[in-house]
Design a protein around this ligand. Structure first.
Ligand SMILES: Nc1ncnc2c1ncn2[C@@H]1O[C@H](COP(=O)(O)OP(=O)(O)O)[C@@H](O)[C@H]1O
Ligand SMILES: [Mg+2]
Length: 262
């Protein structure tokens, strides 16, 4: 069957329904703004990078967007409703993998499903854990403890814990910044592949332009003035998963964004 242009357009993540909407969010600590008047949306199936220099308020913005911290002003809508408390529909991944040292990798991943409120039966839990470890490339290390893992493996465990939750949206705070360059690039590709495979959305905070361009469909640059600049990466570099760091388009876009970083 031939698909018309409209059908194809509908499949691009930028055309999905808004999942998370940040509306004029501000946060102040003791009267000083961590960030101010921030508005943006993350749509269904879309991967958005929130890029900015260290100290510009990215972590604060992510915590407020996920309702871990209440905003000083503004609100976050999730599927059209005000988000006042963390929800299982949104998962978080931090720079540190935050694994419990006394549990095996498998139990660490399973732990994310053991909350009574989630009501996941034991059999289903086992199946979901096995599938998540497999997708994260960590099935072979299921029985190991966190102190037996490399940094990259520990972050794979964190990704497995994210996958097992089957959340619609994941908020990630510089998840790969502690990894060596080669491992980091592998993990960036893996994240994009996994998000696409599950038709899931992500908002990833980073200070690294290359990371934003390798992972995201759209880049939002947080400037010190508080305003956001936006780039549609898919329009510039294409949708394919294997983005080429050395392509002319990539280098041009990187330069353009770097010039706006203040
Ligand atoms: N718990 C806190 N108490 C007071 N000030 C904070 C706190 N957390 C962050 N800040 C301040 O808010 C600003 C933004 O911090 P942060 O969100 O961590 O930025 P980023 O993640 O972009 O590096 C910084 O000036 C920081 O010092
Ligand atoms: Mg931070």
């Amino acid at each position: 069957m031939r698909r018309g242009k409209a059908a194809l357009a509908d499949k691009t993540p930028q055309n999905g329904a808004p999942l998370l909407e940040a509306k004029n969010l501000s946060l102040s600590y003791a009267g000083k703004y961590a960030f101010r008047d921030l508005s943006f949306a993350v749509r269904e199936r879309e991967i958005v990078a929130l890029l900015g220099k260290s100290g510009c308020g990215k972590t604060s913005a992510l915590c407020v967007a996920g309702a871990l911290i209440p905003p000083s002003e503004g609100e976050t809508l999730f599927e059209g409703e005000t988000l006042r408390a963390p929800t299982p529909k949104v998962s978080m991944v931090f720079q540190e993998p935050n694994l419990l040292p006394w549990l095996t990798v498998e139990r660490n991943v399973s732990f994310a499903l053991e909350l009574k409120s989630l009501r996941v039966a034991k059999k289903e839990r086992k199946e979901r854990v096995a599938a998540a470890l497999d997708e994260a490339g960590l099935a072979y290390a299921a029985k190991r403890f966190p102190n037996e893992l490399s940094g990259g493996m520990a972050q794979r465990a964190a990704l497995a814990r994210m996958l097992v939750r089957q959340a619609k949206l994941t908020l990630l705070d510089e998840p790969f910044s502690a990894l060596d360059a080669v491992t980091r690039q592998t993990m960036q590709r893996l994240l994009r592949t996994l998000m696409r495979r599950h038709s899931a959305s992500a908002l990833i905070v980073t200070h690294d332009i290359d990371e934003a361009l390798l992972i995201a469909d759209r880049v939002l640059l947080m400037r010190s003035s508080g305003e956001l600049s936006e780039w549609n990466v898919n329009a510039a570099l294409g949708e394919e998963d294997e983005r080429e760091r050395r392509s002319a388009g990539f280098l041009d876009l990187r330069e353009e964004i770097a010039a706006r970083l203040d």
